[in-house]
Write a protein that binds this ligand. Sequence first.
Ligand SMILES: [Zn+2]
Length: 167
Amino acid sequence: MRAEHTDPTASTPFAARTSVEQVEEGLDLAPKFDADGLIPCITTDAGTGEVLMLAYMNGEALQRTITTGEAHYWSRSRQCLWRKGATSGLVQETVELRIDDDQDAVWLRVKVAGSGASCHVGYRSCFYRSVERGGPADAPARLVFTESGKSFDPKDVYGDAPNPTRL
Ligand SMILES: [Zn+2]
């Protein structure tokens, strides 16, 4: 990942939010960022509809996604702008970018380059496990894998780069 340490709340060229009618029924993109300057983004495969990941964008990431057509996010663990695929080559090309009713969540539909994977662990989707159903009620829930295997080996792609997953 190319680290760009920018202020997540830096000003961006979006419309000010002036009325409920404007936000819900109007044609202005007037996104609502949270106290950290971020907006959540659900990213799905434009072809299959599969949910690939949930990530966050700051204003700059959203703006760059719109202007370049490639998905950009804000990495909360690394605190930097993140052009998806900068290291791995698994670039996400925007097919469609939607905003929800109150404009506080983004839905990005993408075409993924290369192996088609979007998860740094090596899977196609970040949601590669589901909670097992029908287990004993008095035991902690267990997970089952939903993909038959990884699409790439993270060691080959990221080398010794620190894992962004935080405990
Ligand atoms: Zn992931």
